[in-house]
Design a protein around this ligand. Structure first.
Ligand SMILES: [Zn+2]
Length: 338
C-alpha cells in the first residue's frame, strides 16, 4: 500500500517533467532552426518573424514556436526574398495589404492560397494595392516568411504587443481646428503625433492613430478602433485658443476623474521641457472621446495658438520633437508603473 501511494504521488511529477522536457526541446529546435517546414501536410513549426507596419526591416523581435496551420499560406514566385515583401497594416480601413513582386492574377491561377482564414472576410487581388485581406474588425498582421511561401494571419493587437498607446491627434480632414498667424492646429497636432509615435516606438510601445491628417473618422469608428486595440492609454493632442485677449499662454492636460496624478506627471514632463506656464490638470466626464471610451485618457493642450509666441513655438519642428520626447518618457513611465 505504502509503495503504491509513493508511486501515485510521484506520477504527476514525472508527467510534468516530461512535458517540460518536450517543450524545452521544441523551443531549442525552433531557436536553432532545426525544425523546418520540409514535410508537406504534417504539423509544422518554425522560426517566427514579427513584421511591423509597412516594412520588413524590423523582423525577428523575438522567436516563438507556432503551428503554421493557423496561418493563411500565400505562395511566392521564385526568387522573392523576405526583403521584397511589404506588409501594410491599414487598421483604419480594417485591411492588410501585401505587396509581392511578380504576384499577378496569372501566378495565382496555378498557385493557390491555403490555410486558415480566421478574421479574414475575403481576399482581393489588386494591381495597385497588391493582395488585400479584408478583415472582420481591428486585427494586426503577424507573418512568417519562408522561401516560396508567406504565412500570415490576423490577430488581436494585444497578442503581439505588450504596451499599446492610441494617439488621437486633434482635427484632420476638412476640420483644421483653430488657426492663427498662418499656423493651423491640425498641422501642429499631426506633426507632433508623428514625432510622438517615433519616440514611443523607440521605447518599445506600439502606437495606433485614431485617424490620419486627411481622414477624420466618426466617433463610432474611433470607438471601434480603441476597443479593438485595447490600449494601455490614449493621448489626445490639441491646442488651446483665447481669441479675446491673445495673451493667455500655457499648457494643460484634461483627464478623467481619478487619473489626476498621472496627468500631472505628463503635464510636468511637458512644461519641464518647454519652460511654458503649467496651467494644471482638469477633469472631464463625458465630452468627445471621454464619452466613447472608458480607457485612461489624457488630452494634452500644447499651448495657445491665439498667442503669437506660443503659436510660432508650437509650429516649430524643434518644439514638436521635444514635446513628443518629454510626453513619451512620461507615458512610458505611467504604463510601466501600472
Ligand atoms: Zn482642437
Amino acid at each position: 500500500m505504502k509503495e503504491k501511494k509513493g508511486f501515485t504521488s510521484l506520477f504527476p511529477v514525472l508527467i510534468s517533467g516530461a512535458l517540460f522536457l518536450a517543450v524545452a526541446v521544441l523551443f531549442f529546435c525552433a531557436s536553432t532552426g532545426i525544425i523546418r517546414a520540409e514535410h508537406e501536410g504534417k504539423p509544422q513549426y518554425g522560426q517566427w518573424h514579427q513584421i511591423t507596419d509597412s516594412t520588413l526591416d524590423t523582423v525577428a523581435l523575438k522567436e516563438r514556436v507556432y503551428d503554421r496551420r493557423s496561418f493563411l499560406t500565400i505562395p511566392l514566385p521564385d526568387g522573392v526574398g523576405e526583403e521584397d515583401i511589404r506588409i501594410e497594416d491599414d487598421y483604419l480601413n480594417q485591411c492588410i495589404r501585401i505587396k509581392i513582386p511578380g504576384c499577378s492574377e496569372s501566378f495565382f491561377q496555378y498557385n493557390y492560397f491555403s490555410g486558415d482564414m480566421t478574421h479574414i472576410q475575403n481576399i482581393r487581388l489588386d494591381e495597385e494595392e497588391g493582395i488585400v485581406l479584408n478583415l472582420e474588425g481591428i486585427y494586426a498582421p503577424e507573418a512568417i516568411y519562408e522561401p516560396g511561401r508567406l504565412f500570415i494571419r490576423a490577430v488581436k493587437a494585444r497578442d503581439l504587443y505588450d504596451r499599446i498607446v492610441v494617439i488621437d491627434a486633434g482635427h484632420g480632414g476638412e476640420d483644421e481646428g483653430s488657426a492663427a498667424y498662418g499656423i493651423r492646429e491640425k498641422d501642429i497636432t499631426f506633426q507632433t503625433a508623428a514625432f510622438l509615435e517615433t519616440e514611443l516606438s523607440e521605447r518599445g510601445i506600439k502606437v495606433y492613430h485614431t485617424h490620419t491628417a486627411e481622414y477624420g473618422p466618426t466617433e463610432e469608428e474611433r470607438a471601434t478602433l480603441i476597443e479593438g486595440v485595447d490600449p494601455d492609454l490614449i493621448i489626445g493632442l490639441h491646442t488651446d485658443a483665447d481669441g479675446n485677449t491673445r495673451t493667455t499662454v500655457g499648457e494643460r492636460v484634461v483627464t478623467r476623474p481619478g487619473l489626476e496624478d498621472k496627468a500631472e506627471r505628463l503635464l510636468s514632463a511637458l512644461t519641464d521641457y518647454s519652460g511654458r506656464k503649467n496651467l494644471g490638470v482638469s477633469t472631464e466626464k463625458a465630452k468627445g472621446l471621454f464619452g466613447i471610451t472608458e480607457k485612461p485618457l489624457y488630452a494634452v493642450r500644447l499651448g495657445f495658438i491665439t498667442n503669437r509666441a506660443e503659436a510660432e513655438l508650437m509650429g516649430s519642428a524643434d518644439f514638436q520633437r521635444g514635446a513628443a520626447e518629454a510626453l513619451a518618457g512620461a507615458v512610458s513611465e505611467i504604463i510601466t508603473a501600472e
